[in-house]
Design a protein around this ligand. Structure first.
Ligand code: PMP
Ligand code: GLN
Length: 380
């Protein structure tokens, strides 16, 4: 059989988690919290199942959740969202991104991706028969060079994918980036996927520049988020896409025959959480900022050099004072020989920058987990 995805292997997240398990390493690789979900969320899930919400949800998502998502988007970003025609609940952000790509990208189209990029974008583009055109971010600050993005646009460009706060770097778009983005989309008549799964994990008083704040951008955008990140439940796989009615209609055609609907009880539970405990997402930035600050303080006792983390729950470290190995080998060595699993950056690139010596550490962990990792990292 000739593979349709010849360049795809097992994801680096799975590879590193398996290696961590085999070697009893502290797993700061794959991004997931190791602390419990809010008690209230479990109660609401239990309540939903006992109340009999156990059959197919409506294809687009249960109405109370879609309305809660629309109201929350309005409260956070000042936008008007129609819950019936513009919000679709999906089985994680991954499904939403896949649907959005397949809804609007045709064979032969080009999609601009900013490297380093999260790993699920390119395979979905390839399966649509389209081509990913990679534009590198600054290798140190992970800022967008809009001149390079403009230069990458061709008559075949259909879509741009952005991600702020950014995985793996934590970099965030500024208002100037949003201005440049709006002009680019307008001038070249492009569509946008704005991957905002870390929307509530932002630090130091910075504002998350959601595409939903900018009507001219939102008019061309699928804005994707994930309850996995916001409610510490990456294993539940519930997310959503907000898009104008015409785009949502096409999106729903794909969703309908991809998964059809998403786990029903969780939808009721998230609706209750959004409505009744807004402080959870409002305080998520402060919750993770305390973890970030403590972890960075601890890292200063090691020879790893932490890069700034404006948002998200990943800390990049420069390991050049410790090792000259290329990043994939370094991550393997760190896991096997020193018992701390990390994620190398090269799998996020089409062409990794030469001599980049960076690894990603996830700090969405209990203090005891981070302390155990630091104890080992101090010995490097
Ligand atoms: N986009 C980014 C940037 C992510 O980091 C993740 C999850 N790690 C996803 C999308 C996928 O989210 P989900 O687990 O809800 O599919
Ligand atoms: N998004 C998570 C990360 O970046 C991993 C998700 C996955 O394992 N596919 O670590």
């Amino acid at each position: 059989l000739q593979s349709k995805l010849p360049n795809v292997g097992t994801t680096i997240f799975t590879v590193m988690s398996q290696l961590a398990a085999e070697h009893g390493a502290v797993n700061l690789g794959q991004g997931f919290p190791d602390f419990p979900v809010p008690e209230r969320l479990v109660d609401e899930l239990d309540r939903a199942m006992r109340a009999g919400h156990n059959q197919y949800a409506p294809m687009t998502g249960v109405p109370v959740l879609r309305q809660a998502i629309a109201d929350k988007a309005q409260a956070c970003y000042g936008c008007q969202i129609d819950a019936d025609s513009e919000v679709t609940v999906t089985s994680g952000a991954t499904e939403a991104i896949f649907n959005a790509i397949h809804a609007v990208v045709r064979a032969g189209d080009e999609v601009i991706v900013l490297d380093p990029a999260y790993d699920c974008y390119e395979p979905a583009i390839d399966l649509a028969g389209a081509r990913a055109v990679h534009v590198p971010l600054d290798p140190r600050t992970f800022a967008v060079d809009w001149e390079r993005v403009r230069a990458a646009v061709s008559p075949r460009t259909r879509l741009l994918i952005i991600n702020s706060p950014h995985n793996p770097s934590g970099a965030m778009f500024s208002p100037q980036d949003m201005q440049a983005l709006a002009e680019l989309l307008e001038r070249h008549d492009l569509l946008l996927i704005s991957d905002e799964v870390y929307e509530h994990i932002v630090f130091d008083g910075r504002q998350h520049e959601s595409a939903l704040r900018y009507p001219e951008i939102a008019a061309r955008a699928f804005v994707v988020s994930s309850f996995g990140k916001t409610y510490h439940c990456t294993g539940w796989k519930v997310g959503y896409a907000i898009a104008p009615a015409a785009l949502s209609a096409e999106f729903r055609k794909v969703h309908q025959y991809n998964t059809f609907t998403t786990f029903s009880p969780a939808q009721f539970a998230f609706a209750a959480m959004i409505r009744e405990q807004p402080q959870h997402y409002q305080q998520l930035g402060a919750f993770y900022q305390a973890k970030r600050d403590r972890f960075r303080q601890q890292l200063s006792q090691t020879r790893l050099q932490p890069l700034p983390v404006p948002g998200g729950y990943f800390q990049l470290v420069d390991y050049s004072a410790v090792s000259d190995l290329p990043d994939a080998e370094f991550a393997r060595w760190l896991t096997v020989e020193h018992g701390v699993a990390a994620i190398p950056l090269s799998p996020f690139y089409q062409s990794p920058p030469a001599q980049q010596r960076l690894a990603r550490l996830c700090f969405a962990k209990n203090e005891t987990t981070l302390d155990a990792a630091i104890e080992r990292l101090e010995k490097l």
